[in-house]
Design a protein around this ligand. Structure first.
Ligand code: RIB
Ligand code: CA
Length: 326
């Protein structure tokens, strides 16, 4: 039997974070879940992570609370998309299981020092990851890769230029993208393709598991909130795309690029500035990495930027996953 990929999930549940967790916990070896203030307060996102584990009956996975706010700016939350609890919609009891007493940053540093080949999957502001790298820079060479939901190769979703996770803590993102750790960026240009409709929701509701019912209730709230807050007619499962990318890389078409984080721009703070001019051609799948003139301008790539999602393949993975939970 093929050994499952070891991962740490860093999240702010969060309706779409919940789907990332459900996918990762079934298909990957989740060493622990770290939480961060983002969609909602640290207290609420931590309680939501515990509630999710109780729904899928995985109380064995540790939840490690992290930072409650960005490194050097105020916390921005998203109640208009996730509600006051951070995961409005499903009615769930207060969790019986408790969060761990170890801080998220301590857990990340200690795990990476003692465990090889770990992938970190952040689906929230990058504060915990940056703090771990600041605390123990030597872990950068021990992280297999960081596959994150955040940023964008094109337009933002929180501002015209910036996606929410990066916008909340751009300094943390700057530290992560300049750490030397191999990065996969599932930006909103890509995750917007993971667009769940009423039809998908109805099909999920027909799956005879309580987890599928929970998933349908998450979609109901998230879809309505997205309609009211952003005039979207779908529920976009941004974070689930990062987990799916680690589970099955064939679901994603990406290209190598240089990604820098804008910290100063009056209109562009938090923008992921993506340089893939080496691909100035119609089809980004053409490999120009050895082309004498179309190679990277200026500096080497530090990330893979996701461009296309096999949405049908993603939905097959999601349906199968929900069927295999209680
Ligand atoms: O921009 C989308 C991201 O912001 C997702 O991680 C979502 O959960 C919110 O945190
Ligand atoms: Ca999130």
């Amino acid at each position: 039997m093929v050994e499952k990929q070891k991962v740490i999930m860093d999240c702010d549940p969060g309706h779409d974070d919940a789907f990332a967790l459900m996918l990762a916990i079934q298909h990957l070896d989740v060493l622990g879940i770290t939480t961060i203030g983002g969609n909602c307060s640290l207290e609420n996102v931590t309680a939501n992570a515990l509630k999710i584990l109780e729904v899928i009956e995985r109380p064995d996975i540790g939840v490690y609370p992290g930072h409650s706010r960005p490194l050097s700016s105020e916390l921005v939350t998203a109640p208009q998309f996730h509600g006051e609890s951070g995961m409005d919609g499903p009615v769930l009891p207060e969790p019986k299981i408790k969060a761990q007493n170890t801080h998220a940053v301590d857990f990340i540093v200690e795990t990476l020092k003692s465990t090889d080949d770990v992938i970190i999957i952040p689906t929230a502001p990058l504060t915990n990851i940056a703090a771990a790298l600041n605390r123990a820079p030597e872990i950068a060479s021990r992280i297999k890769e960081i596959c994150l939901m955040g940023g964008s190769v094109t337009f933002g979703n929180w501002t015209p230029a910036a996606e929410f996770n990066i916008f909340v803590d751009p300094e943390a993102a700057y530290r992560v993208f300049n750490s030397g750790v191999p990065i996969k960026m599932a930006g909103v240009n890509f995750t917007r393709q993971c667009a769940i409709t009423e039809t998908h929701r109805d099909r999920i509701m027909m799956i005879p598991t309580k987890t599928a019912k929970f998933a349908a209730e998450l979609i109901d709230f998230f879809m309505n909130a997205s309609k009211e807050a952003a005039y979207l007619s779908v529920a976009t499962l941004h974070d689930a795309c990062a987990a799916a990318w680690v589970i099955n890389s064939e679901l994603v078409t990406s290209v190598p690029m240089r990604i820098d984080i804008e910290l100063k721009g009056e209109y562009t703070r938090g923008m992921t500035v993506c340089d893939y001019r080496h691909l100035r051609c119609e089809d980004p799948e053409i490999d120009l990495s050895n082309h004498p003139t179309m190679k990277f301008r200026g500096r080497n790539p530090n990330a893979e930027g996701a461009l296309r999602l096999d949405f049908t393949g993603f939905m097959g993975l999601l349906y199968e996953t929900l069927r295999n939970y209680p």
